[in-house]
Design a protein around this ligand. Structure first.
Ligand SMILES: [Mn+2]
Length: 402
């Protein structure tokens, strides 16, 4: 597709900023987030759309559900004449179901006959939290075959070229929800965001197509809740990839919209079933293997264990982060047998500068971010562990360094 308007900071890092402190000149980094051309394109694509489909990646997480629900609600307010659907490639875990608007999300896998016509009726597709159609699996094929303008709002590295008319890709930001919030604020400034353009005044109206809408200067509380959820989950509750001061300015804006961040935290993190708690204890006690010299740990989880503990989909979510609490640990590897295919799902988490995405790409056909990446291995668990050992061997110099 022509007219790519990519804003992308090609830094491969979205993690801790260790540069010297810098003054907060004009709020939100003083950065002009969208170019005037991008704003115009955004507005013309949306003004022309009557059937908007918002998508996310397979295995939706908090950022995927947060960004799609916030965007759907926001668009609904701005373009009330358009019908708007969120379509997720497959189901998402229960601990995300409370997110405002999540109950309206259509699930493609298992409902192909009903949902495909919705996608095929779209005259605009907005891809949230994924930069590649293949991350939607079979839903991606439907979208690929359906010629329609597309917008991408994302923060993953290396977006697929030429799949969207408007690409808003910011791998340097914590989450798609953060990217989306910046887009919303640019189009509809909030009283707490100072004007970012030299000489610009706080605008008082926003143009949508050929009509002007009054400036609300406020997000709906439910949209703010969705956005905060995605920012929080993609940063491990602001414990990684979250050192930029702008993040806290944005949180302050979200708080001013009335979110209850303490409750959001509990809704996401204090949701263990007794089985999940016991499974976590078992994995840490029995299955955790620490390779001390390499500052690396590995944990494996088989389908036999899944049955034994009555574990549900999503019950191992976040377990890969736990070994990083061990003093000096740099890399955590979690391998689990897939429930549908004869393959092993690989999750990698690291601290500081260790590049999980590079290891995932090189050894497990995957990718992701520097401190959080994933991939897969087609073979047995033993072979996957052997390959993980090889991978650690390859990166030993980096891992060994104090
Ligand atoms: Mn994300």
């Amino acid at each position: 597709m022509e007219s790519q308007h990519t804003i992308s900071n090609n830094s491969s890092s979205n993690s801790a900023v260790s540069t010297p402190p810098r003054p907060l000149e004009r709020g939100l980094g003083g950065e002009v987030f969208l170019t005037p051309e991008q704003i115009t394109l955004w507005q013309s694509l949306l003004a022309a759309a009557r059937h908007i489909v918002i998508t996310c990646h397979r295995g939706p997480d908090g950022d995927a559900i947060g960004s799609t629900t916030a965007l759907a609600s926001w668009l609904h307010r701005h373009y009330p004449e358009a019908d708007i659907h969120i379509v997720a490639p497959n189901i998402f875990p229960d601990f995300l179901k409370w997110i405002p608007g999540a109950n309206e999300i259509l699930i493609y896998e298992g409902h192909e006959e009903e949902v495909r016509p919705v996608v095929e009726a779209a005259d605009l597709v907005i891809m949230c939290d994924h930069g590649e159609l293949k991350r939607m699996a079979t839903l991606g094929d439907v979208v690929r075959d359906h010629p329609t303008p597309r917008i991408m709002i994302d923060h993953h590295l290396n977006p697929e070229p030429d799949i969207a008319d408007l690409v808003i890709s910011r791998p340097d930001l914590s989450s798609t929800c953060e990217v989306l919030l910046r887009v919303m604020l640019e189009i509809e400034p909030h009283p707490l965001t100072p004007p970012v353009r030299e000489g610009s005044k706080q605008c008082t109206e926003v143009t949508s197509g050929n009509k002007s809408l009054p400036l609300r200067g406020d997000l709906e509380g439910s949209e703010a809740t969705s956005i905060y959820t995605g920012m929080m989950t993609d940063t491990g509750a602001f414990t990684y990839a979250s050192n930029r001061p702008e993040i806290y300015e944005l949180i302050s804006i979200l708080l001013s919209c009335g979110i209850d961040k303490d409750k959001i935290y509990r809704n996401i993190f204090f949701t263990y079933s007794p089985n999940r708690m016991k499974l976590m204890g078992y994995l840490l006690y029995v299955k955790l293997d620490v390779w001390k010299k390499a500052h690396t740990s590995i944990m494996t989880f088989t389908n036999a264990e899944r049955r034994r503990f009555g574990a549900l989909n999503g019950d191992t979510e976040g377990f890969v982060n736990l070994p990083l609490q061990i003093l000096g640990m740099k890399l955590s590897i979690f391998l689990r047998e897939d429930t549908e295919h004869p393959c092993i799902r690989v999750s990698l988490r690291s601290v500081d500068d260790f590049p999980c995405n590079e290891m995932a790409a090189e050894f497990f056909g995957g990718g992701g971010h520097k401190n959080a990446a994933g991939g897969e291995f087609w073979g047995t668990m033993d072979e996957a562990v052997a390959l993980a050992k090889k991978a650690v061997q390859k990166y030993m110099t980096l891992l060994k360094a104090e």
